[in-house]
Design a protein. Structure first.
Length: 218
């Protein structure tokens, strides 16, 4: 059974971070002052901020299942991600292990073809900097998808996501530690990409599991 499962964040003992999370939970900026069309439903931010976790997962945005559950990665993508990381659900949902700060905190809605819209821009612009200021212990950021890679790798990002992930060694420090590791999205929609890019499961996943194991101290 999963361990702690906060709907929108959990902290151990950081009053400043707890106050910030209260503000995030009550945020309706994307409906009141949107940078584009307003969010088509009431906000339900889904994130996990932690003053002790050393690993942060920066994904895209909640999908329909996560919007309904209020718990991150409660879908097949989460199962695949946990397999890549080599962790159990209990480890994954323990905020002492992982912070989860997506690019968009709320489900962005669906386009006319039934696919998820891109993450809302307002979330990262308004909240990310302050959240990471209050989580200085983070040692590894897992950048899932092009939106996270665009923001956190900037000019270091390659022309395409495939090239960025293929050049994952470029983001490893001299002592062999990863600080920002680009990953593809674990969605079933990327099954074809994974088949075409066997290097990911052959090379990146073993390295990733070793990094996670080291940081979790197990």
């Amino acid at each position: 059974m999963p361990g702690p499962t906060p709907s929108s964040g959990e902290t151990s003992s950081s009053p400043r971070l707890e106050r910030l999370l209260e503000n995030v939970r009550s945020c309706d900026h994307c409906r009141q002052n949107p940078s584009g069309p307003p969010l088509p439903h009431p906000p339900r931010p889904v994130l996990v901020a932690s003053p002790v976790a050393k690993i942060c997962i920066i994904g895209q945005a909640p999908g329909t299942r996560v919007h309904a559950s209020g718990k991150p990665f409660t879908d097949p993508s989460g199962n695949r991600l946990r397999d890549w990381l080599g962790v159990s659900a209990e480890q994954f949902y323990d905020s002492r292990n992982f912070a989860i700060i997506p690019m968009g905190f709320c489900f962005p809605g669906l386009n006319d073809k039934g696919a998820d819209l891109p993450p809302r821009k307002e979330c990262a612009e308004k909240w990310h900097e302050e959240l990471f200021e209050l989580m200085p212990q983070i040692r590894l950021k897992l950048l899932i998808g092009m939106y996270a890679q665009r923001r956190y790798l900037g000019k270091r990002r390659k022309k395409t996501l495939s090239e960025t992930v293929r050049c994952w060694r470029d983001y490893i420090e001299e002592e062999g530690r990863a600080v920002e590791l680009p990953l593809p999205h674990p969605s079933w929609r990327n099954n074809a990409w994974l088949r075409k890019n066997p290097f990911f499961e052959h090379d990146v996943v073993p390295f990733l599991r070793t990094e996670i194991k080291t940081l979790l101290g197990s």
